[in-house]
Design a protein around this ligand. Structure first.
Ligand SMILES: Nc1ncnc2c1ncn2[C@@H]1O[C@H](COP(=O)(O)OP(=O)(O)OP(=O)(O)O)[C@@H](O)[C@H]1O
Length: 796
C-alpha cells in the first residue's frame, strides 16, 4: 500500500500542488509541468494590486490538513516523481560543454529544448527557436520548446535547411545536440519542403525540384489517380525570389528596393533588431537564395477536387506538400483595389507573422497564433492587402462577420461596395470584378434547406477562384466542416487565425494537413509587457458549499453536478461581492456561465443584462452597445456564446461562474475578453480574471486542468480561500437559512427537469457543429422555455 501522507502547506501555490495530488487521478504530464512551475508562478504573481493583497490577507487561513493524499511507493514528495528514471529526467551524468555557462539551451533526447530565459543570450535564440520548434511553456525564467515533425515542417517551409537547424542548435546547446535528435532533423529534411502544391493560371500543380521524386510520387496509386489525365510533367526554371513589400510597415517602399533578399530578413535587419538570431537568419537565407536561382522545377497537374487528397497522401508518404500561391504572377484573377490606409501601422509582431507567410515572395498557407486581442484581424487584412485578389473571410458567426467587414473599412481604402457579407441576414455580393466576401462557417457548410438566395450566393462563391481564404478562430473548426469549406471555396492560399491552437480532442494535427503548418506563435507575456495586451491578475476563488447543498451534490448524478456547483449559494455571494467591489472601482465586468439556468438566475437576481444562444441578433447588439457605452451598465452576463470574437475593450474584469469541464482553450479564450482592455495603458493598470470554484467538488480538478495552458504562457493563478470581510457585506443574497433552503429546492427541481439539459445541448450543438458560432444548425437557435426580458436592469 502506498504510504498515506498528511501535509500542512502554508502557501497558496503549495496548497494547489497538494490539491492537484489530492484527487485520486494519476498525475498527467501536463499537471506535472504545472506543479513543477509553481515556483515560477509565485514569482510572477508577486506584485502590487488589490488581488495580491486579498490573497495575502487570506493566505494564513489556508490549511488543508484534513485531506490526506496518496503518493506512489518510494516517493516522498510530488517533485521527486518528476525526476524518476521512468521519466528519463535524471541528468546526473549529462556531459556539458566546457563553456556551457555561456550557452542558453538544454536539449534532451526526446526533442525537448529548455531555454534559460534569464540568460544573456536568450533573446538571440528565441526567434530561431520559434521558427524550428513549438513553444510549449513560456513562464518567466525557463521556456520549453519541443521539436516535432510539424515544427520542422514549418521551419523548412519558412526556408531553413536542416543542416542549419542542426548546426545552430548544436552551437547554442550546453550539452550538445543528442545524436538521435540530429538524425531526426536530418531525416525530416530529406523529405520536407521538397514538394509544393501550387495554383498557377487556375490550375493546381504538384511541384518539386527533384525530378526523380516526382516520378516516384506519380507511381503512388493514390496520387496517380489525382493527376489530370493526359497532362505531361513540365520542367521550368524556378522564379527568382525578389523583395516583397508588405503594406503597413514603416519602410514598405524601401523594402521594394531589396535585391534578391528574403523579405523577412530585410525587415528584421531594418527594424533594428540586431543580434545573433538575425545573423543566423541572414546567413541561412542568403544560402537559400543562391540555391533557388539555379533550381529547375518539375510539375504535374492535379485535378481541382483532388488537392486535399494529394496533400494528405503526400503527408502520409512523409513528403508534406507546402501550399504556396505565386500571386504576383497571377494574371488570370482580377486585382483587387485595396491598400492599408496611410495612417495604419502594423506592429512588429504582426509584421513578423506576415514575413513568415510571405517570406519567399509567395503566399504560404498556414496558421498564425496570436493572443486574443493582439490584432489577428489586422494581420488577416494586411495579408489581403498584400495579395490583392478576391478574398473570402470565414467568421464564427454573424456578429463576428460584421466586425470583420467594419475592420476592413476601418483599416483599408477598400470601397464599401467591394465588400459584402453573406450571412443568414445578408446575402448580397460585391460590385465589380472582384472583392471581399465575409461569411460564416455555417453558411458555407450547411447544405440542407438552403434558401434560393443563399444557394445562388454559394454558387457564386464556388464558381470562381479566390486569392486568399481567411479562417478566423480556426481551432474550433472540425476537420469535416473544414473539408467542406475547402470543397466549396477554391482558394489559392489559406490563412488560419487563432489564439489557442488547442483542442481537447487532439484534432489540432488535422489543421496542419488541411491548412498548413503553424507559421508563427507569439509570446503572451512579451506582448503584455509591451502594452499590446493587458496585464491580468488571475485568481481562483474557492467557494465552500453549505452542508445540505453538498449532501445533494454527492448523491446527485454526475451529469447534474455542474448545476449544483454553479448554483452554490456561496459562489453566488462571492460573485455578488466581486461585482460590487469592482463596480465601485469603476470597472466593467463580464460574468461567464456556461450553465444557462444559472446564468439567468444570477443575472435576474442581480438585475443585470444577460446574453445567451437564444438572444436575438438585434437584442444582442443593443445589449452590447449598452454595456460598451452606458455608465449605468457595468456588468454583463454571458453564456459561452461570448467566449470568442466579441470585441468588448471596455471589459476589465472577468468572473467565471461555470465553465466547460477542463477546457484549456475556453479558459484562454475567456481570459482574452479582458486582454484587449482599453485602459491597459494607464499606469499600474491590471485586468482581473476570477474563476469561482465550488470547493471539494469536481470543479477543482477541472479548474487545475483549465489553467495549464495559461500557466504555460506565464500567467500566475492565486488561490483565494476567503474573500475579505464578505460576511459583513450588506445585501448578500441567500444570506438566511430559509433563502438557502428555497434555492436548494429550486436547484433540485431543476436537476430533475430535463429542460435545462436541452438548453445546454442546444447551445452546445450550435457550438460544436459550427465552431463556436452564435447560431445552431441552419440558423437561429430558438429558445422554447420562454426566457424573456434579458433586460433585467431597471430603467430600460
Ligand atoms: N497595428 C495596430 N494598430 C492599432 N490598433 C491595433 C493594431 N492591431 C490591432 N489593433 C487593435 O487591437 C484590438 C484587437 O484586435 P483584434 O480584434 O483583431 O484582436 P484579435 O486578435 O482578433 O482578438 P480575438 O481573438 O479576441 O478575436 C482592436 O481594437 C484593433 O483595432
Amino acid at each position: 500500500m502506498p504510504p498515506k501522507r498528511k501535509a500542512n502547506f502554508s502557501s497558496p501555490s503549495a496548497s494547489k500542488s497538494k490539491r492537484d495530488s489530492r484527487v485520486s487521478t494519476p498525475v498527467s504530464s501536463a499537471q506535472k509541468t504545472t506543479s513543477d512551475k509553481s515556483k515560477d508562478r509565485d514569482e510572477t504573481a508577486k506584485g502590487p494590486g488589490e488581488l495580491s493583497r486579498l490573497a495575502a490577507n487570506n493566505a494564513q487561513r489556508f490549511d488543508l490538513t484534513d485531506f490526506p493524499y496518496t503518493l506512489p511507493p518510494g516517493i516522498t514528495d510530488i517533485a521527486s516523481a518528476y525526476f524518476q528514471p521512468a521519466q528519463k529526467r535524471d541528468f546526473t551524468d549529462l556531459a556539458l560543454k566546457a563553456n556551457h555557462q555561456n550557452l542558453p539551451l538544454w536539449i534532451d533526447g526526446s526533442g525537448k529544448i529548455t531555454l534559460e530565459n534569464f540568460h544573456e543570450k536568450a533573446r538571440r535564440v528565441q526567434e530561431f527557436l520559434i521558427a524550428v520548434a513549438e513553444p510549449t511553456s513560456r513562464p518567466r525564467f525557463m521556456h520549453e520548446y519541443k521539436l516535432t515533425i510539424h515544427s520542422l515542417y514549418a521551419a523548412v517551409s519558412a526556408g531553413l535547411t536542416t543542416k542549419d537547424i542542426v548546426t545552430t542548435l548544436e552551437r547554442f546547446s550546453k550539452n550538445g545536440l543528442p545524436p538521435n535528435i540530429a538524425e531526426f532533423i536530418t531525416e525530416c529534411g530529406k523529405s520536407y519542403g521538397k514538394v509544393k502544391l501550387v495554383l498557377r493560371n487556375t490550375k493546381y500543380f504538384l511541384e518539386t525540384t527533384d525530378g526523380a521524386l516526382l516520378q516516384q510520387l506519380l507511381k503512388d496509386p493514390e496520387i496517380s489517380l489525382c493527376r489530370v489525365e493526359g497532362a505531361e510533367a513540365t520542367r521550368t526554371s524556378a522564379p527568382t525570389i525578389a523583395g516583397l513589400a508588405i503594406p503597413g510597415t514603416k519602410e514598405a517602399a524601401g523594402m521594394r528596393e531589396a535585391e534578391g533578399l528574403n523579405h523577412g530578413v530585410v525587415r528584421r535587419r531594418r527594424s533594428g533588431h540586431s543580434g545573433m538570431a538575425e545573423d543566423i537568419y541572414a546567413l541561412l537565407n542568403e544560402d537559400d537564395d543562391d540555391a533557388d536561382e539555379h533550381d529547375i522545377t518539375h510539375a504535374i497537374e492535379i485535378k481541382d477536387d483532388k488537392v486535399s487528397a494529394v496533400a494528405a497522401r503526400c503527408l502520409a508518404l512523409h513528403y508534406p506538400a507546402l501550399e504556396e500561391y505565386d500571386f504576383r504572377h497571377d494574371n488570370v484573377n482580377p486585382d483587387l483595389e485595396i491598400d492599408l490606409k496611410p495612417a495604419t501601422q502594423i506592429r512588429q509582431y504582426q509584421e513578423q507573422c506576415l514575413s513568415k507567410m510571405f517570406g519567399n515572395g509567395r503566399a504560404k498557407s498556414g496558421i498564425i497564433v496570436l493572443p486574443c486581442g493582439a490584432g489577428k484581424t489586422l494581420v488577416g487584412i494586411t495579408a489581403a492587402c498584400t495579395i490583392k485578389k478576391g478574398i473570402v473571410v470565414l467568421a464564427t458567426g454573424s456578429m463576428s462577420a460584421i466586425q470583420w467587414r467594419d475592420e476592413f473599412i476601418k483599416w483599408t481604402n477598400i470601397k464599401p461596395s467591394s465588400i459584402s457579407i453573406f450571412s443568414s441576414d445578408q446575402k448580397s455580393t460585391f460590385a465589380g470584378t472582384t472583392g471581399v466576401i465575409v461569411t460564416t462557417y455555417s453558411m458555407v457548410t450547411n447544405t440542407r434547406n438552403r434558401a434560393r438566395d443563399a444557394a445562388s450566393m454559394m454558387e457564386f462563391l464556388g464558381s470562381r477562384e479566390w486569392g486568399l481564404v481567411i479562417l478566423d478562430e480556426v481551432h474550433v473548426v472540425p476537420a469535416q466542416t473544414f473539408r467542406r469549406v475547402v470543397g466549396s471555396i477554391k482558394g489559392h492560399s489559406k490563412l488560419g487565425l487563432t489564439a489557442t491552437l488547442l483542442r481537447e480532442d487532439r484534432k489540432v494535427d488535422d489543421l496542419n494537413c488541411l491548412i498548413g503548418p503553424k507559421l508563427y506563435e507569439a509570446n503572451w507575456m512579451e506582448l503584455s509587457q509591451q502594452g499590446h495586451i493587458a496585464r491580468v491578475q488571475c485568481a481562483e476563488v474557492w467557494c465552500p458549499m453549505p452542508a445540505d447543498f453538498y449532501d445533494q451534490y454527492l448523491t446527485t448524478s454526475p451529469r447534474n453536478r455542474p448545476l449544483f456547483c454553479a448554483m452554490n449559494p456561496r459562489k453566488f455571494q462571492a460573485c455578488q461581492y466581486l461585482i460590487k467591489y469592482h463596480e465601485n472601482r469603476g470597472d466593467k465586468i463580464i460574468v461567464f456561465s456556461d450553465n444557462v439556468y444559472a446564468l439567468e438566475i444570477y443575472a435576474k437576481k442581480l438585475m443585470k443584462p444577460f446574453l445567451y444562444g437564444g438572444t436575438s441578433i438585434s437584442e444582442r447588439q443593443e445589449i452590447l452597445d449598452y454595456f460598451r457605452n452606458s455608465p449605468a451598465c457595468s456588468t454583463l452576463f454571458l453564456s459561452k456564446i461570448g467566449d470568442t470574437s466579441l470585441d468588448l475593450p471596455e471589459a476589465t474584469v472577468l468572473i467565471q461562474v461555470s465553465a466547460q469541464y477542463g477546457s484549456r482553450r475556453q479558459e484562454a479564450q475567456r481570459l482574452g475578453r479582458v486582454l484587449r482592455a482599453k485602459r491597459r495603458h494607464e499606469d499600474g493598470f491590471n485586468a482581473f480574471f476570477y474563476s469561482l470554484v465550488s470547493k471539494d467538488t469536481v470543479e477543482m480538478v477541472y479548474s487545475a486542468k483549465r489553467q495549464v495552458f495559461l500557466v504555460d504562457q506565464g500567467y500566475a493563478f492565486r488561490v483565494i480561500t476567503r474573500l475579505k470581510n464578505i460576511e459583513n457585506t450588506p445585501g448578500l443574497a441567500f444570506a438566511t437559512p430559509e433563502a438557502e433552503h428555497d434555492l436548494l429546492q429550486k436547484v433540485l427541481a431543476e436537476s430533475e427537469s430535463s429542460a435545462w439539459k436541452k438548453e445546454e445541448e442546444k447551445e452546445a450543438a450550435g457550438l460544436l457543429a459550427d465552431g463556436n458560432m452564435f447560431y445552431g444548425r441552419g440558423g437561429r437557435a430558438a429558445r422554447k422555455r420562454g426566457f424573456r426580458g434579458h433586460w433585467s436592469r431597471p430603467g430600460l
